[in-house]
Design a protein around this ligand. Sequence first.
Ligand SMILES: O=C(O)C(=O)Cc1ccccc1
Length: 347
Amino acid sequence: MPDHHSADHSADHSADHSADHDVSDPRVSDPATTYSYLGPAGTFTEAALKQVPEAQGRSWRSVNNVGEALADVVAGRSVAAMIAIENSIDGGVSATQDALAKVPGLRILGEYLVPVTFDLVARPGKTLDDVRVVNAHPVAYAQSRLWLDRTLPAHGHLPATSNVAAAAALLPPSDGDDVVGVLADAAIAPPGITEHYPLEVLARGVGDNPNAVTRFVLVGRASAVPPATGSDKTSIIAELPDDRAGGLLDMLEQFATRGINMSLLQSRPIGDALGRYRFVIDLDGHILDERVADALLGLKRFSPNVIFLGSYPRADRQEVTVTPRYDNAAFVEARDWLRGLVAGEPQ
Ligand SMILES: O=C(O)C(=O)Cc1ccccc1
């Protein structure tokens, strides 16, 4: 394998431990401490994994897509997988949201935020005038459309499995000048990629929004929920009963009447018929918070399918505040009151 194609790359990172991280042979790594991520090294997904203290110094397994990452977790090849779930520009990552709805037995263990900016890169000697086909991960492409449509209105898009794979695919598979088989002229890639691959930057900052952020989640197998920290998020996926007017309002009311804020509400087609949707929801709070537990019980009573994806600390560690009538004490007090009524205690 030529140097620029080895797994031993890290695009912009000072502590480069990818040599001992990237393992493709499960026999040489311990699945109990292996983490899967969308690779190769240098992706934003890898940058998210670098934020996980317990993953440092462990084996990291580079995979090609979200399905492969989650399959690693389900099959026990990895203890957890890092996957992109939401972008500040482009919204939910549909492949991730659909996979989380379909693959049973998973839990979100934590969320991580990564600022994302993109450069357009090409083989040395190329200019913007040479660019006909642009290699890009679909999510990166969607976030660079304004610039591409303005600067390269006639470009074609060749999808890549990741931002780093898009850049790596510009290089011939072996040393030499033979670029036959290389289909794209340029790629949308993370900044710093040219330090690790023999490519040149044609344009910097081609993303539509310089402040774009991607939210990643670390997903493991279902296990007991961690304790509440006071700064938590709960992720669920819920379906509505068929043909009932006001079903969506019923669902939202479960949260509104308990003072629960939602930070994500995304509908995704269930896929079995037109007009059938499931809802991906993030709630402020932890399943061990009385109001969240109560809302989930309310939801479960009418939704034909509620998937609990996990309660985990918020990436921004911002405390979740609620007015006193929705705090734990208010729920406990109301329950004690009810018990008292049943027991015949004086009111
Ligand atoms: O992790 C990467 O680099 C990816 O290719 C996935 C991605 C795509 C666009 C924004 C953030 C992550």
